[in-house]
Design a protein around this ligand. Structure first.
Ligand code: LMR
Length: 331
């Protein structure tokens, strides 16, 4: 055999080995989020990692980055589109740059409880929203619950008038800004990672969060009062980069689809209990007074905030609002 042929053979062999090694490399899935691990989303991310690595050994490795440790608000969506992270689960309040329809979920007093949210998310209209950003390169894989939001402040909030003039931290959502303007308070957009310090230093006087976020971020240590208002929801859409997900080997993708379904069911079954447990822990910490509203007081908040719906009706779509409202009736 000539030297050239031998060299060519050696080269082909080396290339073959390299591609065999490459084929054997696990697919890395980075899952970045902004909350603590002991929260519905934090637990969901860890369960996804566990099941994916158990059921696709050697094929998939999942790296979970909690607490904004890889990307915080504002950056995570961009990172997903750039392929720097493969899974994120932003709150439904954080999508307005990509679709106006999801603003639906921020409308105050739209859903009576988390069961109504669940019914809407499972409905054909709710499921269609998961696919509403595919033209932008974002695929929704499922909805994950956190829970109903509570108002907190350093003064007791019993009537809408009590909120006047206070500065409230809001997520990056025009609806939530309007919600606080409706009670003559001053909304201030702020990344989640900055909220504790914002409350501690008085940059903002109040906030709205589910119990699990209040407790895991220790916000109850810097807020004297928490009003159990249940005035809105904070839920998530688990999303991926459309090109990445569609490009996965079919066997890996179908297994991951099944795992996502299983994890979604688990998160949504456990979220309420986790929030109630954290509410209890906040009560036991005795740092904040928990204010329960009378039906009349809660109604006053509803009356004050509900006009916000009209401002966003055209952008969201009246039929979608109707479908969500209908989910308040148990079937
Ligand atoms: C917030 O910014 O308050 C939430 O979206 C954080 C989260 O992911 O629960």
């Amino acid at each position: 055999m000539s030297n050239t042929v031998l060299k060519a053979l050696a080269c082909a062999l080396a290339l073959g080995i390299t591609s065999a090694i490459q084929a054997a490399d696990p697919i890395i899935i980075k899952f970045s989020h902004v909350v603590a691990e002991h929260t519905p989303k934090g637990q969901g991310a860890l369960l996804f990692k566990k099941l994916a690595e158990e059921r696709l050994p050697g094929k998939v490795r999942v790296e979970v980055y909690p607490n904004s440790s890889l990307f915080g608000d504002g950056k995570e969506m961009e990172a997903l589109l750039l392929g720097d992270v493969q899974l994120i689960a932003p709150s439904l309040a954080k999508f307005e740059q990509y679709t106006k329809q999801l603003q639906l979920f921020d409308l105050p007093f739209l859903f009576n409880d988390i069961q109504a949210v669940d019914r809407f998310q499972r409905s054909p209209e709710g499921q269609a929203l998961l696919k509403s950003m595919e033209s932008k390169g974002i695929t929704g894989l499922g909805y994950w619950h956190n829970g109903m939001k509570q108002l907190s402040a350093n003064k007791p909030l019993r009537t809408p008038r009590d909120a006047r003039g206070l500065k409230f931290r809001v997520q990056a959502s025009a609806v939530l800004e309007e919600q606080f303007k409706a009670v003559r308070a001053n909304p201030r957009k702020m990344a989640f990672a900055e909220v504790y310090q914002g409350l501690q230093t008085g940059v903002v006087n109040g906030a709205e969060n589910p119990w699990s976020n209040i407790y895991s971020q220790k916000m109850h240590e810097v807020q004297k009062y928490i009003t159990e208002s249940n005035h809105g929801i904070l839920d998530y859409m688990l999303i991926t980069n459309t090109r990445f997900w569609n490009g996965l080997p079919p066997d890996v993708r179908s297994e991951l689809d099944k795992i996502v379904e299983e994890v979604t069911r688990e998160v949504n079954t456990q979220a309420d209990a986790l929030n109630q447990g954290d509410k209890q822990r906040i009560i036991e910490a005795k740092t904040s007074e928990i204010i329960e509203l009378t039906p009349e007081q809660r109604n006053a908040w509803r009356e004050a905030m509900k006009p916000v719906w009209r401002k966003f009706e055209a952008e969201i779509g009246p039929d979608l609002i109707k479908a969500a409202d209908a989910a308040n009736q148990p079937r």
